[in-house]
Design a protein around this ligand. Structure first.
Ligand code: AMP
Length: 194
């Protein structure tokens, strides 16, 4: 099974992807996590991506499509993948269709996590403050001067995918403002009903 968790930054995609990975043996493929690992390792891709990510802009499509294409070929994706933070543009969505088709697979469902902007801003500010208080590193793109740009890029480039997948009859929406466990239960119910 291949599914996309679609939603703005801070909607809880990563949290839900981790729960699904633990429960269902599907692999979480987060382009954000992979890009951060690449920047920390100082790889050519990471070096190219760092400044873009620090500004809250989107990394070029060919870069993230390349990352996903390589990753899908690894054995731990055999049972399927949970795409978290990918696709973020129409070009990426088309590339994903092509990559899955090449593997004889398809996208089974797109789960949209709906969260109001005001709540996202509050959540990210809390995440940054908690990390800081605990002496953990704060993501540079969680800073209050950067986060609004991430949100703006989401509305401009990624939110149109909601209508795209609705038109393909693949979209299911969940209220992402509910407690984590309730969101997880509603996602499970959607998957069980497929
Ligand atoms: P995330 O961890 O998903 O919030 O992603 C953090 C940052 O990585 C984003 O703000 C982008 O700069 C970059 N990024 C992650 N995934 C993508 C993607 N699919 N397309 C373009 N940029 C991405």
């Amino acid at each position: 099974m291949n599914l996309i968790l679609l939603g703005p930054p801070g909607a809880g995609k990563g949290t839900q992807a981790e729960l699904l990975e633990a429960e269902r043996g599907l692999k979480q493929l987060s382009t954000g996590i992979m890009l951060r690992a690449a920047t920390e390792a100082g790889t050519p891709v990471g070096l190219k991506a760092k400044a873009i990510m620090d500004r809250g802009d989107l990394v070029p499509d060919d870069v993230v499509i390349g990352i996903i294409s390589d990753r899908l070929n690894e054995p731990d994706c055999a049972k399927g993948a949970i795409f978290d933070g990918f696709p973020r543009t129409a070009v990426q969505a088309d590339a994903l269709d092509a990559l899955l088709a090449k593997r004889g697979e398809k996208l089974n469902v797109v789960i949209q996590l709906e969260v109001d902007d005001a709540i996202l801003i509050e959540r990210i500010a809390n995440r940054a403050a908690e990390n800081e208080a605990a002496g953990r590193p704060v993501r540079s793109d969680d800073r209050p001067e950067v986060f609004p740009n991430r949100l703006a890029k989401y509305h401009r480039d990624t939110a149109p995918l909601i209508a795209h997948y609705r038109a393909k009859n693949l979209l299911k929406s969940v209220d992402g403002m509910q407690p984590v466990k309730i969101v997880a239960a509603q996602i499970s119910a959607i998957l069980e009903a497929l």
